[in-house]
Unconditional design. Sequence first.
Length: 183
Amino acid sequence: MTDIVEGYIIVNVVLIGYRGTGKSTVGRKIADTLKMPFYDTDALIQKRTGRVIKEIVEEGGWEAFRKEEKKVIRGLSSIRGSVIATGGGAVMDEGNLTILKRRGFFIWLTADVGTIIERMEKDKISDEQRPSLSKDDLYRETADILAMRMPVYSDLADFTVDTSGKNIDRVAREICRVLGFEF
């Protein structure tokens, strides 16, 4: 990676991908390993508003959530040398992309639909805090939204890691290696 000066990363490592691909978990691991600050945009939205994502969407719709997401991402615009885990749909907004791309090395975390659903079903906290994205059953919703977002994720990705069947350490190691660090 070209944006490393004397062992320091001067850009942000921006994790993108669908819900359940490991952005928050892997992001924390990378940040801890590389001694970098970690920001999870969904967690920052919840902290900023005092409400979980499900409440924001129930009260104001997805538009209200996206508005809060935009504010949080704008607030991250001046940082560098951090790991940022974005919400799955954050990259669908041009304004967010402009801000994140300015100082970001994008890593797309992928997983097959079955793995994503299995992870979402195991994550009871996420289920309580995150609303459905459509009226379809979970499999159909996941497959449809993935199909819609994949071209965007693919175009943005500087590096891609399939997290299916891999533990956190293995995924973090792959990412750190591409960043020029070993652990």
